[in-house]
Design a protein around this ligand. Structure first.
Ligand code: PSU
Ligand code: MN
Length: 310
């Protein structure tokens, strides 16, 4: 990537140069994950959450044939209201740039770009993973493969609950990606607080900083995936969610939706079926994750030179 293709906002560039904490924010949630106008409000709320915790937000997207790292409010608005924004994963980045397109970046594309810029923290709602039936369809999110080669800590509420969570954990293990629970040993499942799948926990911020330092010292090329449960007041019960998901998956089969369209389709179905509760939950958990990512970035930057990764 040449400098003209990846453009850093002045604030982000200055923060990185001084070793100040920076948190990358994905934008597929803006272009494809949330309905309007909640998508723009959320994108702004995520940036505010990062700032309030003392870090600099670097919202990443493709605009006018450039990968932009740090957007102005007017640019976020363009992204959030674009007629046909592209869902841009790693494989789509070059094409989106070449076509002069506008696109929201998935976790995969976001951490890919973050790594190139020396940004070490990112936040999202839920990471992609192995889709149900993925053992045959091979519909496995590029997020997993990018997590295997980008030393960027990603704070999330677990993999999106529409996925095959057990196989997603297996793949992360195979790829050498460390998954930890922030104060939990039960993998959070995005809309649900507990999935019954066990993960190692870090108790607190100090515990994470020790893990992060060890990971850095070992020179591991992989991500640390930090998961925290969704806010309790909005989280769904496991059986309630299971019923909703059955209906959503049946509708996806009837509509013959597959591939990159599946995630946005299922999220939209769940939003309709719950009269917007899953949207409120998605916003709340994404904001909480942005806040935690910033907190951890601040804690890790304290007393460390925060050298850019190669
Ligand atoms: N989490 C959300 N909403 C989203 C996504 C995650 O709350 O829209 C997006 C993320 O950008 C993630 C992507 O990287 O879905 C994964 O899509 P796929 O399974 O097609 O790789
Ligand atoms: Mn996919």
């Amino acid at each position: 990537m040449t400098p003209e293709v990846v453009v850093l906002a002045a604030e982000v560039e200055a923060a990185l140069a001084r070793g100040h904490p920076v948190v990358a924010l994905e934008t597929a949630i803006t272009t494809h994950g949330l309905p309007r106008p909640a998508n723009l409000e959320t994108a702004l709320a995520l940036e505010r959450a990062v700032r309030d915790a003392g870090a600099v937000p670097a919202t990443i997207a493709v605009l006018d044939g450039q990968v932009r790292v740090g957007l102005r409010e007017s640019e976020l608005e363009r992204l959030a209201t674009a007629a046909h924004p592209r869902k841009t994963s790693t494989r789509d980045l070059a094409r989106a740039v070449a076509d002069g397109a506008i696109g929201g970046t998935t976790v995969a594309a976001t951490i890919h770009v973050a790594r190139r810029c020396g940004i070490r923290f990112a936040a999202t709602g839920g990471i992609g993973g192995v889709h149900r039936g993925g053992e045959l369809s091979l519909d496995v999110s590029a997020d997993l493969f990018e997590l295997a080669r980008s030393p960027v800590t990603v704070v999330c509420s677990g993999p999106k609950a529409i996925l095959d969570l057990a196989r997603t954990l297996e793949m992360l293990e195979s790829l050498g990606v460390t998954v930890v629970g922030f104060g939990t040993t039960d993998l959070p499942g995005f809309y649900v607080a507990r999935t019954g799948l066990r993960i190692p926990a870090v108790a607190d911020e100090a515990g994470f900083v020790r893990l992060w330092r060890a990971h850095l010292a070992l020179g591991e090329p992989t991500s640390l995936v930090v998961t925290q449960p969704p806010p309790a007041d909005l989280a769904l019960e496991a059986d309630e969610f299971a019923r909703l998901l059955e209906a959503a998956l049946a509708e996806a089969r009837r509509s013959e939706v597959a591939g990159a369209e599946e995630t946005p389709f299922l999220l939209a179905f769940l939003a309709r079926a719950t009269a917007g509760r899953t949207v409120r939950l998605n916003i709340a958990l994404a904001t909480a994750n942005a806040r935690l990512a910033a907190r951890l970035a601040v804690a890790c930057a304290a007393g460390s030179a925060n050298p850019p990764c190669g």
